[in-house]
Design a protein. Structure first.
Length: 88
């Protein structure tokens, strides 16, 4: 964690960025196994802290420490055997 001095009080303040939440639409998920496969692959991307895949809606919500490269997410979804339809 990085900190810097607050010029008004001299106190150290946290300068880490806020988590980024992005929701994607994924085609082809039909069951819990599908959710697990997609979640596992996306979780392996650097900076990802949480993944929730819902087969019934096809939505995958990803929380990361910084914005993710869509190409990396697409590659992870492809590796799991599904298709990234886009961001919501």
């Amino acid at each position: 964690m990085t900190s810097q001095a607050d010029s008004r009080s001299g106190a150290a303040t946290d300068v880490m960025g806020s988590p980024v939440t992005t929701t994607y639409q994924v085609s082809g998920m039909t069951c819990g196994h599908c959710e697990g496969a997609v979640s596992e692959e996306i979780s392996a991307i650097d900076g990802v802290t949480s993944v929730k895949a819902v087969a019934s809606t096809g939505q995958v919500t990803v929380i990361s420490s910084a914005a993710l490269d869509d190409g990396a997410v697409r590659a992870a979804v492809d590796e799991a055997g599904y298709e990234l339809a886009g961001r919501l």
